[in-house]
Write a protein that binds this ligand. Structure first.
Ligand SMILES: [Zn+2]
Ligand SMILES: [Zn+2]
Length: 280
């Protein structure tokens, strides 16, 4: 099938920063908002994580005035992945159903409880009951598959992260997008579960918080490196790889340097930048 007859399948980065929002002039080009990706599968919109970047995405979705239902896939409930939830305007709409999915996390028995856990006093003035009745919470079993529609299938695997985290692979119209953050690897040891999971994906986004050189100082933090992302991408024969979840201490010139290596090794690949759209 030629590209022109394919259905639209794209991702847009609304937040690429991990750990903490970084509104720093030295980081502007990669962006300062915490993690959020919009995935368009034809008319359906799926969102990966709800960091601060989800605020502007929510405004865009509401102004488009055509969405009936959205799916929000949470990797886990660390602040950088959920802190935008109370500011996501579709949650206040009477017309839009929002299904929020998350895997089992340490310290929380279900997905609504995980959201309630941070939307409560003294941390926040109101709880998630302020959202419309069209908000649904789902707890994923390990390696559960979600059939969003006849054409959209989402697979999951657990990641190596303190308290737990889930990776998602969105399959649509014969193509795939793999979203894999936050996770730690052991140097020199391939995570075969991830290789199998991302195998042959058109686009692969990976936790590239660190460098191989930095990793020994961050053992147990639950993060990986841009070099490991590249190794996994090549082993799994993915087409394009984007290094993601940039640390607050990582400035644009650092990231430009990483991108040169990545693009040379796997053409069309690079680092994730806020507002950038990738057609799958
Ligand atoms: Zn994170
Ligand atoms: Zn995390």
């Amino acid at each position: 099938m030629s590209k022109s007859t394919q259905k639209e399948f794209s991702i847009t980065f609304w937040g690429t920063r991990g750990t903490l929002a970084t509104p720093d002039a030295q980081c502007n080009r990669a962006g300062g908002n915490t993690v959020c990706i919009e995935v368009r599968c034809g008319e359906q919109t799926i969102i990966c994580d709800a960091g601060t970047g989800i605020r502007l995405l929510g405004s865009k979705i509401v102004s488009e005035n055509k969405h009936k239902n959205l799916h929000l896939l949470l990797s886990h409930a660390h602040y950088d992945h959920i802190e935008g939830i109370p500011f996501f305007s579709p949650l206040f709409s009477k017309d839009i159903t929002v299904d929020i999915w998350c895997g089992k996390l340490d310290g929380s028995s279900d997905t609504k409880k995980a959201v309630e856990g941070f939307m409560r006093r003294p941390y926040f003035p109101v709880g998630p009951d302020i959202f419309g009745e069209k908000t649904n919470y789902h707890l994923l079993k390990e390696k559960e598959t979600i059939q969003i529609s006849d054409e959209i299938r989402v697979e999951t695997i657990p990641l190596v992260h303190p308290g737990g985290a889930t990776a998602y692979r969105i399959n649509y119209d014969g193509r795939s997008f793999a979203y894999v953050t936050d996770t730690e690897h052991t140097p020199g040891k391939t995570n075969q579960l991830i290789v199998d999971f991302i195998s042959g994906a058109e686009v692969f986004v990976y936790d590239a918080s660190l460098t191989d050189e930095e990793l020994p100082d961050f053992v147990g933090y639950g993060h990986s490196t841009w070099q490991e992302g590249l190794r996994l991408a090549k082993l799994a024969k993915v087409k394009q790889y984007f290094a993601f979840h940039h640390m607050p201490f990582r400035n644009d010139s650092d990231l430009d340097r990483f991108e040169k290596h990545i693009a040379k090794s796997l053409p069309g690949s690079g680092i994730a930048r806020e507002t950038q759209t990738i057609f799958i």
